[in-house]
Design a protein around this ligand. Sequence first.
Ligand code: FAD
Length: 319
Amino acid sequence: MSIDLSAPPIPFSFEVYPPRTEAATASLHETIRHLAAAGPRFISVTYGAGGSTGGKSLELLTHILRETHVEPLAHLTCVGSTYATTNALIREFLDAGIRSFLALRGDPPAGASEDDVYLGDLESAAQLVQLIDRVQAERSPYSEVLLPGVPGAAQVARRPEVDIAVAAFPNGHPRSRHPNEHIDALLAKQAAGATLAITQLFFHADDYLTFIERSRRAGVTIPILPGLMPITSPSRLKRVLELSGEPLPSDLAVALEVEPTTSGQKRIGIDHAAALAREVLAGGAPGIHMYAFNNHDTVLTVLREAGVIAEAERGLPSA
Ligand code: FAD
């Protein structure tokens, strides 16, 4: 199975993260069952930079592979790792049957300065894209298919390809030194062999649409999936701004702050994300990637309200 964004209906996908406890594992498996039933093109699983969630990520990816019909997509990071460790990690994931990756540099440990920690042999996500491609090519340089009706005869078949996605930053990467650096980084990832980009979350359709226009003008041709996250409380907004370095969306922040009830805040988050999904799709986005926060009801409601999935068609639970 590989990722095809060209087939109708509107493609959508989800991101989840590895569970930290036994109870969270059971509940995430239930969430994955609901997400998979909606028919996403893939479900991606995050990876803790420096290997902090390595085994857990692979366990979850294997669960998706075995228990659903959905393509699992593995995030991999290279920061703080040697060339040999990263090479072995890619082989381990390929051996487990994983064929789709999101190649990331990852962030150095919080508070660490770039000068006093070992940042790793690979300096950028573009180099990781190349390495994944190379490991896959070395592992199965070619395969053979038997010729029907001719005993003992075989012909060389195309080697199975891996899909390699990369990260894109509509509002620039927090560490970019000039306004075009993140577009240059995306071009480098494309040149290295990336087949798809997924964006960091953003809060206004124009952030994405302007970025697409600038990227296309610069020569980026791969599909760029908008990454959307329903922000359903002021505390979640604070947390994602800390993690992503995105600028504060004052309209959404004020709406969440003045709404006294949790159900009202959830409604604000869903409405905001559904409107954003409709706007980016109307502007030509090739699909929607949802950061699910290991919860299915909110993201499925967003997709239903944005007209991406039909409630009656899927018989999905509502939020
Ligand atoms: P690169 O493409 O190598 O760099 C991206 C940008 O960083 C470039 O534009 C460049 O401007 C800037 N940059 C990089 N290095 C430097 C430097 N030394 N000095 C100045 N500027 C620099 N992180 C995880 O740990 N695990 C995950 O599972 C994960 N999933 C993600 C999923 C998505 C969709 C996105 C958007 C991000 C994710 N991240 C994850 C975060 C990501 O690892 C960080 O944003 C990281 O800082 C950059 O990774 P990259 O792959 O874009 O790196």
